[in-house]
Design a protein around this ligand. Structure first.
Ligand SMILES: Cc1cc2nc3c(=O)[nH]c(=O)nc-3n(C[C@H](O)[C@H](O)[C@H](O)COP(=O)(O)O)c2cc1C
Length: 498
């Protein structure tokens, strides 16, 4: 391979010609600028420089294979590294409501989930905080997720000998001390230097389930290896409690290869994300990208890109989003047939948002559904997962018991977990609180967040009058307020007049 001089690389520092160094190689990414799902500005800030550190925050290094053919120019001459440009600084203004006190609170001061967000806000770079917290459009889906948990109340029983409580639950036969798991979240390298392995360590130490994202910074094998190593270190061996969230690559061969890699690595189930045929409008990301584009002088390209609407021009976003080639708007239910042939373990559809699709999932022989609106990051004014669960209970109750049912979105308290279980959920996913805990405290924060939720859950069970999750029943909650607002089919007479 040819050797390239650092001084030469440094000259290619504009949108007309943009070269970057990744590990020991030089790449010409000029033609990729307009296609980069994270926007052109993030690449231009690295133009003519060594972009390895920044790149690794967002992607496994083998993502370079997705660059257009001919991008690899050669190996960087190691004696000329000093001649490269320095990467331009990211915009680092504090968000309007940021805590002025930048000290991270002592971990023991995190006694409920929102405390982790305050701590994370104090330490995370502005851009990473925006990535974690952003939601779709004006944020109504996220708001509904958070609000709906408080619109259901308990109907507690008293004097029931609640001295000892058992919070164990199994997911597809894999038991855990908790009925909640860590939701899949991409690009954890932008949140903590230890990225996904650091999150996994926290999960293993407590015995919690975790679903690993396709958009992880580390490969699925590296993440599983961390699980195995940490489990061995703790107690010799332990069954894997990891599941894999699958963004199905558009290319069928790549899609099958990825499934085989994941299966071989030892993941217990495939959670196919179905609520992202395209990326939602991540408003705060867009503002930040526009600011960065203006700063490097590419603002006109940045807007043109998201208006073209072709398959590969996803709305600019940063990190976490599936890259082009990994997200297809053409996926249909029929695809489940060939997926089923390649994957013989449990399949969960992540992102079910109405009763009809819950029924279809059963018909297409899935083993589970995850009621979710992607943490309010996809469809504007989507239903909360609680509302979807109520809809399923009303219109297709037969799926409960035949499918394992998971919920996520806005859960911030162990009592929320309990409400979902009363209404028939197998287990629930928690996203941002774990991400914030990781950001501020690493694996220890993740452990603490599990303890916080678990203690709230156990206390909630005692105060509700139960000692085991086998005893949860729908009549233990009052969901009338949500039921009153639940969707109902239009009366036939009204429909026929239209
Ligand atoms: C920063 C971030 C990244 C995410 N990345 C993914 C992902 O890669 N794949 C996926 O299926 N869902 C992803 N999600 C959605 C979560 O799996 C989950 O549905 C959501 O976070 C639950 O809502 P909560 O954060 O309010 O708990 C992400 C969510 C966040 C906040």
């Amino acid at each position: 391979m040819a050797t390239v001089d650092g001084l030469e690389v440094a000259k290619h520092n504009s949108k007309k010609s943009c070269w970057i160094v990744l590990e020991s190689n030089v790449y010409d990414v000029t033609s990729f600028l307009s296609k980069h799902p994270g926007g052109a500005a993030i690449l231009l800030k690295q133009a003519g420089s060594n972009a390895t550190t920044e790149f690794k925050k967002y992607h496994p290094l083998d993502y370079v294979n997705d660059l257009p053919p001919g991008s690899l120019l050669g190996a960087i001459d190691p004696n000329t590294l000093g001649k490269l440009n320095a990467p331009k600084e990211s915009i680092s203004k504090p968000s309007e409501s940021v805590d002025l006190d930048k000290e991270i609170p002592h971990l023991s001061l995190c006694v409920s989930c929102p405390d982790f967000e305050r701590a994370a806000k104090a330490v995370l770079p502005h851009k990473s905080y925006i990535y974690a917290s952003t939601s779709a459009n004006t944020g109504l889906s996220l708001k509904t997720n958070l609000d709906d948990w408080s619109r259901i109340n308990f109907r507690p029983r008293v004097m029931r000998n609640v001295g000892d409580v058992d919070t164990h639950r199994s997911i597809f036969g894999h038991s855990s001390p908790y009925p909640f798991y860590i939701s899949p979240m991409g690009t954890l390298g932008a949140i903590h230097p230890g990225a996904e392995p650091e999150m996994v360590k926290g999960a293993v130490r407590k015995g919690a389930h975790m679903v690993v994202s396709t958009a992880s910074t580390k490969t699925s094998e590296q993440i599983m290896q961390t699980y195995v190593d940490e489990a061995k270190r703790l107690n010799g061996a332990s069954p894997s409690r990891l599941f894999y969230q699958y963004y199905m690559p558009v290319d069928r061969k790549k899609a099958i290869d990825l499934m085989h890699i994941v299966k071989k690595a030892g993941y217990n189930g495939l959670w196919i994300t179905v609520d992202t045929p395209v990326l939602g409008k991540r408003t705060a990301d867009r503002v930040l990208q526009a600011e960065e584009a203006i700063a490097v002088g590419v603002e006109e390209d940045a807007t043109a890109e998201w208006e073209t609407g072709n398959e590969n021009s996803f709305a600019p976003s940063m990190g976490g989003r599936p890259v082009s080639g990994q997200l297809s708007p053409h996926t249909t239910w029929e695809d489940l047939k060939w997926i089923r042939k390649e994957w013989d373990g449990p399949i969960v559809l992540k992102g079910i948002q109405c009763a009809e699709d819950a029924k279809l999932a059963l018909e297409y022989r899935c083993q589970g559904i995850l009621l979710s609106n992607h943490g309010g990051r996809q469809l504007h004014t989507a239903p909360s997962s609680l509302m979807t669960l109520l809809e399923i209970r009303t219109y297709c109750p037969e799926v409960i018991g035949k499918l394992e049912i998971f919920l996520d979105g806005g859960l911030r308290d162990g009592s929320d977990v309990l409400k979902a279980l009363c209404l028939g959920a197998t287990a629930v996913g928690v996203g941002r609180p774990f991400m914030y805990a990781l950001a501020a405290y690493g694996a220890q924060g993740v452990e603490r967040c599990i303890d916080v939720l678990s203690e709230e859950l156990a206390t909630g069970m005692r105060l509700l009058g139960i000692t085991s999750l086998d005893q949860v029943r729908p009549e233990m909650v009052n969901a009338t307020r949500l039921l009153n607002e639940m969707w109902r089919p239009e009366p036939v007479a009204v429909r026929s007049r239209l």
